[in-house]
Write a protein that binds this ligand. Structure first.
Ligand code: SD4
Length: 331
């Protein structure tokens, strides 16, 4: 097996730019990229941190680079941001103080790679890609994933970072029982999921997170699970999810969105239907936030969430904006 170069596309570009996003409040059901022939290249990603991530993904797309490089490069931006508490090693730990990271990546040929419960590695997304490109497996977790990463030249980094450790200690004082049922943390749903369509018309996606803050040790969410946190089918489209992973897994969320697009739904309609299914499958959706993002083969996009508050970033030629997603109900 050959070790790949991790620095193919120049990591020095991972610098946050200055943005003046246009904040558009839109009526849900009307967010689409339009019906023109093709919006390619285009990149979309979850939450406000998607703006900076899209900018770095765009550097690849505008040079006519592959969507796969764009999404990896893009989400590394968020993984590098030590102020981000829900992605990368700056993220919140589990109940025992371990920051365990989940990520996955998928390309236009349906190749995919994933890591779960990975500790002490700055860029889980690149480990996921390395698994995809260098092994016959899709997913490695825990110590196996860590050893694999170290063997392939990734460096160990310390986590949690100081500020996070302090917060966790405070949390621990108030939460003494380790295995008490975790409470849904409605403020900590900030995974980055990114979908890109390149100038050759190929789709790829990436998803990376530190998961549910103060989760039970060993918990893996939807984000590294192909079909749940992310799914790409180059014939149809791509989708990713953010929010309460358990709810997303229950309906194979991202796969569901892509399959709905295959049946003729627009990206917007597909996201709305997947959210409706989540609502149907849960007796009580109180505090259960989930958001879906979808992109089709022509670069039309859509987004929808259970509750208000979900937004996403879009970048294409002449466009860089943060858009409020439609939602089913108010908090
Ligand atoms: C998870 N979906 O681990 C992730 C959490 C998250 O935005 O914050 N998503 O369940």
């Amino acid at each position: 097996m050959k070790r790949r170069s991790f620095f193919r596309i120049g990591l020095t570009t991972a610098v946050l730019g200055v943005f003046k996003p246009v904040k558009a409040a839109r009526v849900f059901g009307e967010i689409t990229g339009g019906l023109n022939e093709s919006n390619a290249p285009i990149v979309i990603s979850t939450w406000r941190h998607g703006l900076a991530a899209n900018d770095n993904a765009w550097k690849v797309l505008e040079e006519h680079g592959p969507a796969l490089d764009a999404v990896e490069h893009g989400v590394r931006t968020t993984e590098s941001d030590m102020t981000n508490r829900s992605v990368g090693i700056g993220g919140r730990p589990d109940r025992t103080g371990h920051v365990t990271l989940d990520a996955c990546i998928m390309d236009e040929k349906s190749n995919c790679g994933a890591v779960g419960c990975l500790e002490g590695i700055k860029h889980p997304i690149s480990v996921a890609r390395t698994i995809m490109e260098n092994t016959p497996h899709v997913m490695l977790v825990g110590d196996g994933a860590k050893d694999f990463a170290l063997d392939y030249g990734f460096k160990h980094v310390k986590s949690p970072i100081k500020a996070v450790k302090k917060e966790w200690k405070e949390w621990k004082k108030k939460n003494k029982k380790l295995f008490e049922k975790p409470v849904i943390n409605t403020e900590n749903h900030d995974t980055i999921g990114m979908l890109a369509l390149d100038s050759n018309g190929n789709l790829s996606g990436a998803c990376t997170t530190s998961g549910w803050g103060y989760k039970l040790p060993g918990r893996i969410g939807d984000s590294p699970i192909i079909g749940a946190g992310l799914f790409v089918d180059n014939e149809v489209g791509a989708a990713c999810a953010t929010g309460l992973g358990e709810a997303v897994i229950r309906i194979a969320g991202s796969h569901t969105v892509v399959e709905l697009m295959r049946q003729g739904r627009t990206p917007q309609q597909a996201c709305e239907e997947a959210v409706a299914r989540i609502i149907d499958k849960h007796e009580n959706v109180e505090g259960l936030q989930v958001g879906f993002l979808a992109l089709d083969k022509k670069g039309n996009y859509g987004a929808y969430s259970v509750f208000n508050g979900f937004n996403f970033a879009v970048k294409s030629t002449g466009q860089s904006e943060l858009i409020d997603a439609g939602f089913d109900r108010n908090w």
